[in-house]
Design a protein around this ligand. Sequence first.
Ligand code: HEC
Length: 404
Amino acid sequence: MIFSAERFDRSCVFYCILFCVIFMAARTSADQSIPTENARISAGAQVFSKSCLPCHGSNSPAALDLTDPIALRRRATTAAQIVRDGLMPPWLPSESGAPLKHSRTLSAIDRAALLEWLDQNAPGKILAVEVPPLPPQMCVMTVRVAEDWPVGADPGMTLRSFAIAQDPTMNPEGPKFFKAIEFVADAPGVVHGISFLWDELGYAARLDASNPAPGYDAVGDIGLQVSGSGGGVSRLSTIWRLPKGYAMKIPTTAVLVAEVHAEGRGKVESPAGTVCFVGPDFPFKLVHPIAISPSRPATIAAACEAVSISIRAGSRVQSIDIFAKDVKGQLQCVLNIPKWNERLGEPWMFDPPLALNAGTELIVQSTLNADAVKTPLDAHAAAMSQPMIVVLVADKDANLIREK
Ligand code: HEC
């Protein structure tokens, strides 16, 4: 009895083990055959979800919804081509400059997976991405921009500047500060970018008043003050945020100048939208602008940290290089854009902030593209064929501004 019971137990154990071994072997081989194919394909779909859908969802800033598999498959060849051309995901700076925040550059592995998937006409499911809505911002100032300026159907880039007075009732006690700017477009995609400037001299208001239509037909620059000195937004980054611990000032008496760059999309549209200047977190260091261009280098007076860099340049510009030349004559590449694209420009943030010693010279070099040399130069094209660059810096030894 005891023996047979033991035998029963043993055989049971034996069969159990045998069963398990067969079962697991079957599972392993299944894992290696059918699902591997899926895993390989879905790697591309995953890259697509992560790297493309934040801008190509429904109601996307790019105004091109690629979440519908049929719409995507119709464009899969184009999509693969523009990924190969380095145009998507949009990111113009090369790796040779100082490290930048929120880089969209794809790793070689992700890029290969994405291209393989697009080349196979984007098979299988697309994983939807939830872009969480931004939490409500604490706006120290909210303005409407580019109102009553119809942007025509023509696909060419166009710009207009607007002088926007501050609401005096909103500013009872001294200057205000902001750490971020958020732009919410009425119709996403019409406006490519807005660069801001605070005018304390009253020039912009006079220019705006002298033109019967809202705004005026010129760049926002005022004398040596360059548009973008007060930050900027683009459809690629609708919220522009300084790193933690930095903020900018809204001078009490200044008029806000908004230089709006827009492009027609086959019908007359309004580029209008709402801009919120988001209040700062105390304490912070105050950030101020340094404007440079190929004909106007700048020398850093006091040791500082550069936090942001933005560029305005027209379609004639090919490459842009920005160098920091120290007192010993050593050159460091700050930003390199091998192939400028006016449509894909946006403000970039240094991460970490870039330390610049006193005496360092900031130098810009740029080249024009082959088409530019052939096409005639009107006043607007001439103004935009020299890149204008704004670097926002905080002095290294600046006092921290604390809440009163
Ligand atoms: C930061 C936002 C953003 C991201 C991320 C992004 N795109 Fe775009 N995409 C745009 C914008 C803006 C346009 C419109 C470009 C223009 O007007 O020149 C565009 C245009 C396109 C077009 C249409 C081009 C044409 O000529 O018809 C395709 C296709 C496209 N993107 C694919 C992709 C793919 C694939 C990815 C991911 C690898 C991607 N995009 C990531 C913003 C984005």
